[in-house]
Design a protein around this ligand. Sequence first.
Ligand SMILES: *[C@@H]1O[C@H](CO)[C@@H](O)[C@H](O)[C@H]1NC(C)=O
Ligand SMILES: *[C@@H]1O[C@H](CO)[C@@H](O)[C@H](O)[C@H]1NC(C)=O
Length: 432
Amino acid sequence: MFQIQCRLWILCISAILLLFIYNITLTLKLMYTPLCPKEIAAERSSKIIYKKCTKDIVQPNQNDRTFNLDLSLGRWDERRKYKLFDNIIVGDEYSLLSSSFRTCLATQSSLEKLPSIIEVSNHWNGPVSLATFAAHEEELNSLLMYVLFLRKCDIGIRNKIAFHLAITRERRPKSFSIDFALLETLDCGKPLEVLKDLLKDVNKGPNKWRSKLPYPQNHLRNLARKTCQTKYVFLTDVDIIPSKGMAESLDAFLEKAECKGQCAYVVPTYEVDERVAFPANKTELVRLANKGLARPFHHKVFIYNQYATNFSRWQNQINENPAVHVSHPVTNFEFLYEPFYIATDTVPPHDERFIGYGYTRNSQVYEMFVAGYEFLVLSPIFTCHWGLQVKRTRPPWREHQNNLNRKQFDGFKREIFSKYNKDPLNMMARKT
Ligand SMILES: *[C@@H]1O[C@H](CO)[C@@H](O)[C@H](O)[C@H]1NC(C)=O
Ligand SMILES: *[C@@H]1O[C@H](CO)[C@@H](O)[C@H](O)[C@H]1NC(C)=O
């Protein structure tokens, strides 16, 4: 009897031990087996179809070539017209730079204009938050390929830039694929040609509708702004190129900036003849302006755009302090003024009812003015846009978008009036 009990006891212990060992083996197996073996095998043969599982296949040595992007997730905008994805791929030093610089450059771009980011990143050493847009699957594939290409070829881009993405609700991409074999062959010396090839089919054939699709500028601006991690944000369009070393010189200024109320620091924007080199400093820029090779941005196309910045006053400073300083305040704010400025990101959002052309940026600046912001023009830093702009007739689709937004603006200005109970530009009596 005793012997039988003893044997049973040993059997029990053995069984428990066995189960225990089995459990540990299983746990270890789980820990060391990748969760998506198929995709990994597929990647070795150089092409991946991402659907689910994107996160699982990220391994330390592949961080630089994979996206944190699950198209079945994302954040909807207020009207459920667009879906937004934060930080789909993030610069290796983005977090570090965000804690060491005071200003983040927030910008937005379509695939067509993306090459401008190369020069921007060359001149701006702080963190960059870049929002991009893809209207359909082919465009998304081309966009992601181009982002990987830029990261492969440009160490600055690879380090500094956090990329974000917006897609449309209609015809939105359900999946994306990256041809890594193709990526290897793309020539770092020819970013424009590479883009041209990638764009070849994006707006054609069944995707012809794409060229008329309104571009959601304000969604992208908010996306880029809100993913910045610094105290100050400098919001630009991607083809607005900062003067060299601006991030550092701004830092020195902002460290001591004594703004009591609500301030926006305006950086003057010039358009520059494409035949000259990027002006090395303000002296050089003013020299170009005197020769007719540079002038205030949109001076001929739409003078109100920057007029209130008062460029003559800015250009005529003599014996100027070489450190960044306030040159003068904006004294003649007028409706449709839309400077590029640096401010804390507590400024009003960009209203997402404005989609496509017209009233996108100036409506936001207008609200700042009504809210009581002071605009202070900085010197000797500046930004440039390549090419002297000439007045062209607008294509009808652009006119159409502008008209739609003008109607939106009527409602917008009423809301601003009731929100702040102020009408400093007498907009309620004005036809816009
Ligand atoms: C400005 O740039 C020009 C052209 O590169 C250079 O000759 C000049 O010394 C610079 N001036 C200052 C104040 O840095
Ligand atoms: C520009 O500044 C000058 C003073 O330096 C002033 O007389 C002029 O009215 C200003 N113009 C604008 C558009 O603010």
